[in-house]
Design a protein around this ligand. Structure first.
Ligand code: PLP
Length: 360
Protein backbone atom coordinates (compact mmCIF):
# COMPACT_ATOMS: atom_id res chain seq x y z
CA UNK A 1 0.00 0.00 0.00
CA UNK A 2 1.22 3.49 -0.86
CA UNK A 3 1.29 5.53 2.35
CA UNK A 4 1.26 8.92 0.71
CA UNK A 5 -1.51 10.08 -1.57
CA UNK A 6 -2.38 13.18 -3.50
CA UNK A 7 -5.38 13.74 -1.26
CA UNK A 8 -5.04 16.68 1.10
CA UNK A 9 -7.27 19.24 2.74
CA UNK A 10 -7.26 22.90 1.84
CA UNK A 11 -6.31 23.69 5.43
CA UNK A 12 -2.88 22.08 5.24
CA UNK A 13 0.12 24.39 5.67
CA UNK A 14 1.62 25.19 2.26
CA UNK A 15 5.07 23.87 3.11
CA UNK A 16 3.61 20.49 4.04
CA UNK A 17 1.35 20.41 0.98
CA UNK A 18 4.49 20.76 -1.12
CA UNK A 19 6.31 17.70 0.21
CA UNK A 20 5.80 14.03 -0.52
CA UNK A 21 6.36 12.88 3.07
CA UNK A 22 8.85 10.26 4.11
CA UNK A 23 8.29 6.93 2.38
CA UNK A 24 9.38 4.03 4.59
CA UNK A 25 10.44 0.71 3.12
CA UNK A 26 7.62 -1.69 2.32
CA UNK A 27 6.23 -3.94 5.06
CA UNK A 28 4.39 -6.58 3.04
CA UNK A 29 1.56 -8.32 4.86
CA UNK A 30 2.13 -11.53 2.97
CA UNK A 31 4.84 -13.49 4.73
CA UNK A 32 6.42 -15.14 1.68
CA UNK A 33 9.04 -12.40 1.21
CA UNK A 34 12.71 -12.39 2.09
CA UNK A 35 12.84 -8.92 3.58
CA UNK A 36 16.14 -7.17 3.05
CA UNK A 37 14.75 -3.66 2.64
CA UNK A 38 14.42 -1.98 6.06
CA UNK A 39 17.55 -3.05 7.95
CA UNK A 40 15.70 -5.05 10.56
CA UNK A 41 17.72 -7.58 12.51
CA UNK A 42 17.13 -11.11 11.21
CA UNK A 43 17.53 -12.54 14.73
CA UNK A 44 15.09 -12.21 17.63
CA UNK A 45 15.66 -9.99 20.67
CA UNK A 46 16.97 -11.41 23.95
CA UNK A 47 14.59 -13.88 25.63
CA UNK A 48 14.85 -11.60 28.67
CA UNK A 49 12.99 -8.95 26.69
CA UNK A 50 10.13 -11.31 25.96
CA UNK A 51 9.82 -12.48 29.55
CA UNK A 52 9.92 -8.88 30.87
CA UNK A 53 7.24 -7.92 28.34
CA UNK A 54 4.99 -10.79 29.40
CA UNK A 55 5.26 -9.74 33.03
CA UNK A 56 4.64 -6.07 32.25
CA UNK A 57 1.67 -6.85 30.03
CA UNK A 58 0.03 -8.79 32.84
CA UNK A 59 -0.45 -5.68 34.98
CA UNK A 60 -0.14 -1.89 35.10
CA UNK A 61 -1.24 -1.14 31.54
CA UNK A 62 -4.06 1.05 32.86
CA UNK A 63 -1.40 3.40 34.28
CA UNK A 64 0.62 5.93 32.30
CA UNK A 65 4.31 5.18 31.87
CA UNK A 66 7.09 7.18 33.52
CA UNK A 67 6.93 10.61 31.85
CA UNK A 68 10.72 10.98 31.56
CA UNK A 69 11.58 7.27 31.15
CA UNK A 70 13.81 7.61 34.21
CA UNK A 71 14.53 3.90 34.75
CA UNK A 72 15.73 3.46 31.18
CA UNK A 73 17.71 6.70 31.27
CA UNK A 74 19.59 5.77 34.40
CA UNK A 75 20.39 2.31 33.12
CA UNK A 76 21.66 3.74 29.83
CA UNK A 77 23.62 6.46 31.64
CA UNK A 78 25.37 3.83 33.77
CA UNK A 79 26.22 1.77 30.70
CA UNK A 80 27.82 4.71 28.91
CA UNK A 81 29.45 6.41 31.90
CA UNK A 82 27.16 9.45 31.77
CA UNK A 83 24.50 10.89 34.10
CA UNK A 84 20.74 10.52 33.59
CA UNK A 85 20.62 14.25 32.86
CA UNK A 86 22.63 13.49 29.70
CA UNK A 87 20.07 11.01 28.34
CA UNK A 88 16.63 11.25 26.72
CA UNK A 89 14.49 8.33 25.56
CA UNK A 90 12.30 8.51 22.48
CA UNK A 91 9.66 6.61 20.57
CA UNK A 92 12.37 5.40 18.21
CA UNK A 93 15.31 7.59 17.28
CA UNK A 94 13.07 9.05 14.57
CA UNK A 95 11.11 10.83 17.30
CA UNK A 96 14.34 12.22 18.72
CA UNK A 97 15.29 13.56 15.28
CA UNK A 98 11.90 15.22 15.05
CA UNK A 99 12.28 16.74 18.52
CA UNK A 100 15.75 18.06 17.62
CA UNK A 101 14.54 19.74 14.46
CA UNK A 102 11.61 21.28 16.32
CA UNK A 103 13.93 22.48 19.11
CA UNK A 104 16.66 24.04 17.05
CA UNK A 105 15.37 24.94 13.59
CA UNK A 106 13.13 27.93 13.00
CA UNK A 107 11.66 29.04 9.68
CA UNK A 108 14.39 29.71 7.12
CA UNK A 109 17.19 28.45 9.37
CA UNK A 110 19.82 26.29 7.78
CA UNK A 111 20.24 22.59 8.38
CA UNK A 112 23.39 21.18 6.80
CA UNK A 113 24.07 17.51 6.13
CA UNK A 114 26.11 15.42 3.73
CA UNK A 115 24.06 13.68 1.01
CA UNK A 116 22.95 11.11 0.05
CA UNK A 117 21.80 10.12 3.52
CA UNK A 118 18.71 9.19 5.54
CA UNK A 119 15.88 10.90 3.66
CA UNK A 120 13.75 11.47 6.75
CA UNK A 121 15.97 14.50 7.49
CA UNK A 122 14.55 16.28 4.41
CA UNK A 123 10.97 15.68 5.50
CA UNK A 124 11.50 16.87 9.07
CA UNK A 125 13.25 20.06 7.94
CA UNK A 126 10.54 20.83 5.37
CA UNK A 127 7.78 20.45 7.95
CA UNK A 128 9.66 22.91 10.14
CA UNK A 129 10.22 25.29 7.20
CA UNK A 130 13.97 25.11 7.66
CA UNK A 131 16.41 25.50 4.80
CA UNK A 132 17.86 22.18 3.59
CA UNK A 133 21.54 22.42 2.70
CA UNK A 134 22.77 19.09 1.35
CA UNK A 135 26.54 18.90 0.85
CA UNK A 136 27.57 16.16 -1.59
CA UNK A 137 29.69 13.32 -0.30
CA UNK A 138 32.76 12.69 -2.45
CA UNK A 139 32.68 9.35 -4.32
CA UNK A 140 34.41 7.56 -1.42
CA UNK A 141 31.88 8.89 1.11
CA UNK A 142 34.54 10.55 3.24
CA UNK A 143 33.45 13.60 5.23
CA UNK A 144 33.00 16.55 2.83
CA UNK A 145 35.33 19.41 3.74
CA UNK A 146 32.61 21.94 2.89
CA UNK A 147 30.65 20.76 5.92
CA UNK A 148 33.12 22.46 8.23
CA UNK A 149 32.65 25.96 6.90
CA UNK A 150 28.86 26.12 6.82
CA UNK A 151 26.77 28.31 9.06
CA UNK A 152 23.93 26.17 10.36
CA UNK A 153 21.44 25.99 13.18
CA UNK A 154 21.81 22.22 12.96
CA UNK A 155 24.30 19.90 11.30
CA UNK A 156 23.24 16.28 10.83
CA UNK A 157 25.63 13.40 10.29
CA UNK A 158 24.45 9.84 9.88
CA UNK A 159 27.36 7.62 11.02
CA UNK A 160 27.56 4.90 9.78
CA UNK A 161 25.77 6.54 6.88
CA UNK A 162 22.68 5.15 5.20
CA UNK A 163 22.54 4.08 2.40
CA UNK A 164 26.34 3.82 1.93
CA UNK A 165 27.16 2.03 5.21
CA UNK A 166 30.40 4.01 5.39
CA UNK A 167 31.93 5.32 8.61
CA UNK A 168 33.60 8.59 9.55
CA UNK A 169 36.18 8.55 12.38
CA UNK A 170 35.54 9.97 15.82
CA UNK A 171 38.53 12.25 15.38
CA UNK A 172 36.92 13.85 12.32
CA UNK A 173 33.63 14.23 14.17
CA UNK A 174 35.48 15.92 17.00
CA UNK A 175 36.86 18.42 14.48
CA UNK A 176 33.37 18.96 13.10
CA UNK A 177 31.88 19.51 16.57
CA UNK A 178 34.56 22.12 17.17
CA UNK A 179 33.96 23.96 13.90
CA UNK A 180 30.16 24.04 13.47
CA UNK A 181 28.27 27.07 14.69
CA UNK A 182 25.11 25.34 15.95
CA UNK A 183 24.14 21.90 17.20
CA UNK A 184 25.76 18.80 15.70
CA UNK A 185 23.69 15.60 15.70
CA UNK A 186 25.42 12.29 15.03
CA UNK A 187 22.80 9.68 14.14
CA UNK A 188 24.36 6.39 15.25
CA UNK A 189 21.41 4.07 14.51
CA UNK A 190 23.86 1.49 13.09
CA UNK A 191 26.95 2.09 15.25
CA UNK A 192 26.94 -1.30 16.99
CA UNK A 193 27.70 -2.95 13.63
CA UNK A 194 30.84 -0.87 13.02
CA UNK A 195 34.12 -2.70 12.60
CA UNK A 196 36.66 -2.14 15.39
CA UNK A 197 36.46 -0.57 18.84
CA UNK A 198 35.81 3.08 19.56
CA UNK A 199 33.68 3.99 16.53
CA UNK A 200 31.04 5.80 18.55
CA UNK A 201 31.14 9.54 19.19
CA UNK A 202 29.35 9.09 22.49
CA UNK A 203 32.42 9.82 24.67
CA UNK A 204 32.63 13.27 23.00
CA UNK A 205 29.33 14.30 24.56
CA UNK A 206 31.15 15.12 27.81
CA UNK A 207 33.42 17.63 26.04
CA UNK A 208 31.14 19.26 23.47
CA UNK A 209 28.04 21.14 24.69
CA UNK A 210 26.72 21.32 21.11
CA UNK A 211 26.87 17.57 20.33
CA UNK A 212 23.95 15.13 20.34
CA UNK A 213 24.43 11.41 19.68
CA UNK A 214 21.41 9.25 18.82
CA UNK A 215 21.09 5.49 19.27
CA UNK A 216 18.34 3.13 18.20
CA UNK A 217 17.12 -0.18 19.61
CA UNK A 218 15.63 -1.09 16.24
CA UNK A 219 18.75 -2.54 14.63
CA UNK A 220 21.37 -4.18 16.88
CA UNK A 221 18.86 -4.94 19.68
CA UNK A 222 16.27 -6.41 17.25
CA UNK A 223 13.48 -4.20 18.62
CA UNK A 224 12.22 -2.23 15.60
CA UNK A 225 8.66 -3.11 16.54
CA UNK A 226 8.96 -1.59 20.02
CA UNK A 227 10.11 1.88 18.90
CA UNK A 228 12.90 2.85 21.32
CA UNK A 229 15.68 5.37 20.77
CA UNK A 230 18.12 7.16 23.07
CA UNK A 231 19.66 10.61 22.77
CA UNK A 232 22.86 11.60 24.58
CA UNK A 233 23.98 15.19 25.09
CA UNK A 234 24.95 17.90 27.49
CA UNK A 235 22.24 18.35 30.16
CA UNK A 236 21.08 21.70 28.77
CA UNK A 237 20.29 20.23 25.36
CA UNK A 238 18.52 17.29 26.99
CA UNK A 239 16.43 19.76 29.02
CA UNK A 240 15.53 21.60 25.78
CA UNK A 241 14.40 18.35 24.20
CA UNK A 242 12.35 17.35 27.26
CA UNK A 243 10.26 20.51 26.77
CA UNK A 244 9.31 19.53 23.24
CA UNK A 245 8.62 15.81 23.60
CA UNK A 246 5.17 14.35 24.26
CA UNK A 247 4.39 13.86 27.94
CA UNK A 248 4.48 10.06 27.76
CA UNK A 249 6.52 9.51 24.64
CA UNK A 250 7.80 6.03 25.49
CA UNK A 251 5.12 3.52 26.42
CA UNK A 252 5.27 1.09 29.34
CA UNK A 253 6.07 -1.97 27.29
CA UNK A 254 8.80 -0.27 25.29
CA UNK A 255 10.44 0.98 28.47
CA UNK A 256 10.48 -2.53 29.91
CA UNK A 257 11.80 -3.97 26.63
CA UNK A 258 14.56 -1.37 26.38
CA UNK A 259 15.74 -2.02 29.91
CA UNK A 260 15.76 -5.79 29.50
CA UNK A 261 17.69 -5.43 26.23
CA UNK A 262 20.34 -3.24 27.87
CA UNK A 263 20.68 -5.84 30.60
CA UNK A 264 21.59 -8.52 28.09
CA UNK A 265 24.34 -6.95 26.01
CA UNK A 266 26.04 -10.30 25.25
CA UNK A 267 22.91 -11.39 23.34
CA UNK A 268 22.99 -8.26 21.20
CA UNK A 269 26.73 -8.55 20.62
CA UNK A 270 26.42 -12.18 19.55
CA UNK A 271 23.84 -11.21 16.95
CA UNK A 272 26.02 -8.33 15.79
CA UNK A 273 28.97 -10.72 15.26
CA UNK A 274 26.80 -13.07 13.21
CA UNK A 275 25.61 -10.15 11.09
CA UNK A 276 29.16 -8.88 10.61
CA UNK A 277 30.23 -12.31 9.37
CA UNK A 278 27.27 -12.48 6.99
CA UNK A 279 27.99 -8.94 5.81
CA UNK A 280 31.43 -10.13 4.71
CA UNK A 281 29.92 -13.03 2.78
CA UNK A 282 27.30 -10.81 1.17
CA UNK A 283 29.93 -8.24 0.17
CA UNK A 284 32.20 -10.88 -1.36
CA UNK A 285 29.28 -12.56 -3.14
CA UNK A 286 28.06 -9.29 -4.64
CA UNK A 287 31.55 -8.31 -5.79
CA UNK A 288 31.97 -11.70 -7.43
CA UNK A 289 28.92 -11.06 -9.60
CA UNK A 290 30.09 -7.64 -10.68
CA UNK A 291 28.76 -5.13 -8.16
CA UNK A 292 30.80 -2.39 -6.61
CA UNK A 293 30.22 -2.64 -2.85
CA UNK A 294 31.17 0.02 -0.33
CA UNK A 295 32.87 -1.14 2.86
CA UNK A 296 29.96 -1.32 5.24
CA UNK A 297 29.93 -0.67 8.98
CA UNK A 298 26.18 -1.23 9.21
CA UNK A 299 23.72 -4.13 8.90
CA UNK A 300 23.27 -3.43 5.19
CA UNK A 301 25.46 -2.93 2.16
CA UNK A 302 25.19 -0.63 -0.82
CA UNK A 303 25.71 -2.45 -4.10
CA UNK A 304 26.30 -0.38 -7.20
CA UNK A 305 26.50 -0.83 -10.96
CA UNK A 306 27.83 2.54 -11.98
CA UNK A 307 25.62 4.33 -14.46
CA UNK A 308 22.97 1.56 -14.71
CA UNK A 309 19.47 2.17 -13.42
CA UNK A 310 18.76 -0.72 -11.05
CA UNK A 311 15.02 -0.20 -10.76
CA UNK A 312 14.37 -3.16 -13.06
CA UNK A 313 16.62 -5.39 -10.98
CA UNK A 314 14.83 -4.30 -7.81
CA UNK A 315 11.48 -5.07 -9.43
CA UNK A 316 12.61 -8.45 -10.68
CA UNK A 317 13.89 -9.38 -7.22
CA UNK A 318 10.55 -8.32 -5.79
CA UNK A 319 8.75 -10.51 -8.31
CA UNK A 320 10.93 -13.33 -7.02
CA UNK A 321 9.85 -12.48 -3.46
CA UNK A 322 13.03 -10.73 -2.34
CA UNK A 323 12.68 -7.15 -1.15
CA UNK A 324 15.68 -4.81 -1.21
CA UNK A 325 15.70 -0.99 -1.18
CA UNK A 326 15.85 1.05 -4.35
CA UNK A 327 15.97 4.83 -3.96
CA UNK A 328 14.57 6.77 -6.88
CA UNK A 329 16.87 9.68 -6.08
CA UNK A 330 19.73 11.45 -7.88
CA UNK A 331 23.00 9.58 -7.39
CA UNK A 332 21.31 6.45 -6.03
CA UNK A 333 19.50 4.98 -9.04
CA UNK A 334 22.45 2.80 -9.89
CA UNK A 335 22.50 1.28 -6.40
CA UNK A 336 20.55 -1.09 -4.20
CA UNK A 337 20.68 -1.06 -0.42
CA UNK A 338 20.54 -4.61 0.85
CA UNK A 339 20.02 -5.51 4.51
CA UNK A 340 22.18 -8.30 5.91
CA UNK A 341 19.80 -11.19 6.49
CA UNK A 342 20.46 -14.74 7.67
CA UNK A 343 23.05 -16.82 5.77
CA UNK A 344 20.14 -18.64 4.05
CA UNK A 345 18.54 -15.36 2.96
CA UNK A 346 21.84 -14.07 1.62
CA UNK A 347 22.47 -17.28 -0.28
CA UNK A 348 18.98 -17.02 -1.82
CA UNK A 349 19.56 -13.41 -2.82
CA UNK A 350 22.92 -14.15 -4.45
CA UNK A 351 21.43 -17.13 -6.28
CA UNK A 352 18.57 -15.02 -7.67
CA UNK A 353 20.89 -12.17 -8.63
CA UNK A 354 23.10 -14.55 -10.55
CA UNK A 355 20.17 -16.10 -12.32
CA UNK A 356 18.67 -12.70 -13.20
CA UNK A 357 22.01 -11.59 -14.65
CA UNK A 358 22.15 -14.60 -16.93
CA UNK A 359 18.55 -13.90 -18.05
CA UNK A 360 19.18 -10.18 -18.71
C1 PLP B 1 19.91 6.47 9.75
C2 PLP B 1 18.72 6.14 10.55
N1 PLP B 1 18.43 6.85 11.63
C3 PLP B 1 17.36 6.59 12.38
C4 PLP B 1 16.50 5.56 12.04
C5 PLP B 1 15.27 5.37 12.84
O1 PLP B 1 15.38 4.41 13.80
P1 PLP B 1 14.25 4.13 14.83
O2 PLP B 1 13.63 2.85 14.45
O3 PLP B 1 14.99 4.08 16.15
O4 PLP B 1 13.28 5.27 14.81
C6 PLP B 1 16.75 4.78 10.93
C7 PLP B 1 15.83 3.71 10.56
O5 PLP B 1 15.92 3.04 9.58
C8 PLP B 1 17.88 5.08 10.15
O6 PLP B 1 18.16 4.38 9.04
Amino acid sequence: MQLQSLIMSRYLRKNIAGIAGYIPGEQPQDSGFIKLNTNENPYPPSPRVLSALRKAAAHSLRLYPEPLSDSLRSLAAARYGLRSENVIAGNGSDELLSILVRCFVGRGERVVYPVPTYTLYDTLISIQEGEKVGVDYPPDFSLPGALFSQKAALTLLCNPNSPSGTLVSVREIEGLARSVSGVLVVDEAYIDFAEGEGASSLPLVKNFPNLVVLHSFSKSFSLAGMRIGLGFANEEIIADMMKVKDSYNVNRLSLVAGMAALQDLPWMMRNVSRIQRSRGKLTRGLKKIGFQVYRSHANFVMARKEGQNLRGLYQELKRRKILVRYFDLPGLRDSLRISVGTPQEIAALLRELESIQTVL
